[in-house]
Ligand binder design. Structure first.
Ligand code: NDP
Ligand code: 2IT
Length: 453
């Protein structure tokens, strides 16, 4: 099976040159599948993997817009509709200057498997643009979002493809895009998730990814008869996922001590309490400022700027028991993984998508720590998007308690299926194999049922 997988990866690299993140995401999944492909030759005969790796559709388009000074800009828009075997395409939109085809294909690929784990009927997609919202006025962001939707609207729909947020796309951007979609289509439908509460949004959707990553960590700890109470936690990022990770960690009695952004990280030995988190939310969501302001505001805390000459991130070289990477891909390399282990971290729950390099993942698995890969640990966000879609279809809205209880139940069930599957296929405690195998089987079997699609 080694040869089969090596040959497959060779084809992926030859056919998709200059897409290193996509290669990495595919490699991680196929590395888990040898035993499944051995036991089920039909997946090889039917070329299921070769089909899953090829997006059903890739849409790339021009997004021209004008800034407040009247200058013209041309950005590139994307939507990768990866797989619709188990439901309509579903996945977020990322606005960040680093966005390219490789990044969005890796994210769309991950999304297919993640969505399969949620228990809800959703296919996988991802989209976005190399537009940088930083430093732009609200009017500029609105003009960009409207220009973006002027093309995207013809490719999406509540039963076709339902976008949501990701890096650089939050409530403000979803609002602008939804408004333009509605205007173009003359239809009020649940075409996007993460909507405002008065116009079709679901309670708990903003909180869901962070809450879910913490619930997943709790479930992993339960297998060792432990919980989060009193544990010190490292959190990276300071956006949507990081903020609600910190909130839930506090409410479960853990002590989050770090947050970061692209300029550096803050360390607060006393813990980022509820009150301090309120400051971060205002800083990041309203004023859109830098995380260093935290250290100016709260005495005794330290800001460490990013040092591009280092081969590791000092955030991960801090004493703790838990880590919640919640910023971006490949933010933990093998050196960082070694540092985490050296500092006593034995619970890693990934809020971000693919935040750990393949070598870093190997370190965690070799050490036998509780390692929850992103496609399982951060699935609470898209799961709650699925709950938003369900409420929109029924034209009702559930209470906070109802949605939170459903989210909790889904995270518990994702943990259970990963745990059970890892055990069944001979690698107990390996959530990477558990997540990859369980989700692959679900999607592969749906594709087999549907003929040559
Ligand atoms: P936000 O835009 O709200 O926040 C992103 C945070 O990460 C910011 O603090 C940002 O810093 C930092 N960051 C982003 N890119 C980089 C980079 N290249 N280098 C250093 N720091 C960076 O995004 P989210 O919180 O929504 O997303 C965070 C992660 O979680 C992403 O990997 C996303 O794919 C994943 N995710 C998000 C879900 C959601 O529901 N939103 C669901 C599942 C996963 P700065 O502001 O300086 O750029
Ligand atoms: O990576 C992700 O799962 C998200 N950004 C959320 C996608 C969604 O459709 O809610």
């Amino acid at each position: 099976m080694r040869d089969y997988v090596a040959e497959l990866m060779g084809e992926v690299k030859a056919k998709n040159p200059a897409e290193p993140e996509f290669h990495q995401a595919v490699q991680e999944v196929v590395d888990s599948l040898s035993v499944v492909l051995e036991q089920h030759p039909e997946y090889r005969h039917e070329k299921i993997l070769q089909r899953i790796i090829e997006p059903e559709r890739v849409i790339m388009f021009r997004v021209p817009w004008r800034d407040d000074q009247g200058n013209l800009h041309v950005n590139r828009g994307f939507r990768i509709q990866m797989n619709s075997a188990i439901g309509p395409y579903k996945g977020g939109m990322r606005f960040h200057p680093t966005v390219n085809l490789s990044i969005l294909k890796f994210l769309a690929f991950e999304q297919v498997f993640k969505n399969a784990l949620t228990t809800l009927p959703m296919g996988g997609a991802k989209g976005g643009s190399d537009f940088d919202p930083k430093g732009k006025t609200d009017f500029e962001v609105m003009r960009f979002c409207q220009a973006f939707m002027c093309e995207l609207f013809r490719h999406i729909g509540p039963d076709t493809d339902v976008p949501a947020g990701d890096i650089g796309v939050g409530a403000r951007e979803i609002g602008f895009m939804f408004g333009m979609y509605k205007r173009l289509k003359n239809e009020f439908t649940g075409v996007m998730t993460g909507k405002g509460l008065t116009w079709g949004g679901s309670v708990i959707r903003p909180e869901a990814t962070g809450y879910g990553a913490v619930y997943f960590a709790e479930e992993m700890l339960k297998t060792r008869k432990e919980d989060l109470k009193g544990k010190i936690a490292l959190v990276s990022g300071s956006g949507n996922v990081a903020q609600y990770t910190v909130e839930k960690l506090n409410s479960l009695g853990a002590k989050p001590v770090t947050l970061s952004d692209s300029t550096g990280f803050i360390y607060d030995e006393d813990g980022i309490t509820r009150e301090k988190l309120a400051f971060v939310m205002e800083l990041k969501n309203v004023r859109r400022g830098r995380i260093s302001e935290y250290a100016d505001k709260f005495k005794g805390t330290v800001f460490t700027p990013v040092d591009p000459t280092l081969d590791h991130n000092p955030l991960w070289n801090t004493k703790a028991q838990c880590a919640f990477p919640s910023a971006t891909q490949n933010e933990i390399n093998e050196k960082d993984a070694d540092n985490l282990l050296k500092n006593g971290v034995y619970v890693v729950s990934e809020g971000a998508n693919m935040p750990t390099t393949i070598e870093g993942v190997h370190r965690f698995l070799q050490a036998g720590i509780l390692y929850g890969p992103g496609k399982a640990a951060n699935a609470g966000g898209v799961a709650t998007s699925g709950l938003e879609m369900a409420q929109n279809s029924m034209r009702i809205s559930w209470t906070r308690e109802e949605v939170d209880a459903r989210l909790y139940k889904i995270m518990k069930s994702i943990h259970a299926v990963c745990d059970r599957t890892a055990e069944k296929y001979g690698t107990p405690g390996n959530y990477v194999n558990g997540a990859n195998i369980a989700s692959f089987l679900k999607v592969a079997n749906a594709m087999m049922d549907q003929g040559l699609v």
